[in-house]
Design a protein around this ligand. Sequence first.
Ligand code: ADP
Ligand code: MG
Length: 478
Amino acid sequence: MLVWRPGTTAHRRSQGAALTEPLSAFHLVIGIDLGTTSCAVSVWDGSKIVIIPGIVASTVGQNQAGQVVVGQPVAESAVAGVKRELGGDKPIRFRGRTYHPREICAFLLIELKRQAEAFLGVPVHDAVITVSAAAGEPQRRALREAAGLAQLNVRRLLDDPVAAAVAWGADERVRTYAIYDLGGGTFDTSIVRIGPDAIEVLGTAGDLHLGGDDFDELIVEYALRQIRLRHHVDLGQDERIRQRIRREAEIRKRELATAESTTLELPQLTATVSTSIPLTRRAFEAMIEPDVQRSLDHVTAALAAAEAVHGVGRGEVEQVLLAGGSTRVPWIRDRLAGYFGLAPGDIRADLDPDELNVRGAGLIAQEYDPAPLFEGSPGLLSANLRLRAEMADPAADPVVPVPPASAGSGLPRPPAETPADFRPVAELTHSLLAGSPAGEHAALRTAYTAFVAAILAAAPDASLAELGSALAAEYDRR
Ligand code: ADP
Ligand code: MG
């Protein structure tokens, strides 16, 4: 299937070719990479692709005032990875009501559009949005509907691997590549032919439920088993505790990309359980082996399609292009080299795997003319206004307020995300401080303020636990 024949100079520009036309300002069709873990927006600035600062986590949560906030680190109420749910009708419970997955997705798109408009200083109505190649018609339709709710004209839904191929650009001659895109929640792979005049997708496969989130979950299960062995308790039923371990697992997993071993630090999981769990790279690799094998099976399926239709086999693949954050796992690169019989240097990660797809989306976006207005039905405007009314005003966003240390009554209550172990002492401290003059209990006030600020800023668990312990000690000292 021919997926792209460059109609403009964008493709040559992406390869650094000299510019022949005068440059103007930004092109007002944006590229959106809508990932299950993170989103990004790009725009053609007249000579190159610019990635709009402020990568957004694909999370929709609420602040203390109950307003919808997008892109903040996952809080208890946040709905993460909604892209996976798109296309289904399973309602999502959130803020005490139910939402259709496309509405949650619309919150994300509204925020991305807002950021683009803030960056560009003008309204934006048009976008090219990436979608997993494994997504079926229902997901694609839902994504278009979500874009409509966000008042965006979808100029094209771009398959993730095509976006990566476009961003990669071409050599002088046609080459055959395998694209391997392993993100947080989804896996995409395609066999592509990239040439100076066209990009052709020869075969595609993928999985809407395979990614780094699964790796995190495997580490969580491992940690829970270790805790059972050592402490004879099963903490697996407590979602808050799981969430804490998951956050730590994700951080340590990243460390294993460069370190041979690491340790999960899990202080004060409960009043009696504090633990450190060593994890070697080798053990991590053994855990994820079945998932990695599953991804290679999809590569085999994509190759089979390429072989059947185009007669292109495994031996013709010259290089592998990596996209998605999870391809930072060195062992995955080794496995790919082994699978294709390629040298490690042919497993290419020289373009930032986080940026490849959004760059491709921006390059394709540049080929469409911006519309003067949103082209959807007028009814969508009221739906859009309704959703926007539920969202926090970004200018007055109270998500990360640092509470004033001196105010007595203005002291914030312990936030919903306060770890269960520290909740009692946080509550007690709050009621004590709220009832005493601002000048009293200075040290306790400082400890409480720091603890609450860290929770609101979603500080790593280790520092949160440290601050929580300091607070408890300060409370006892009083
Ligand atoms: P998506 O496209 O699904 O939003 P991304 O491409 O942003 O996903 O990748 C996010 C995933 O990459 C997360 O699961 C994250 O933990 C993982 N990741 C990021 N850096 C590393 C690393 N150094 N080692 C292992 N996994 C990583
Ligand atoms: Mg992605």
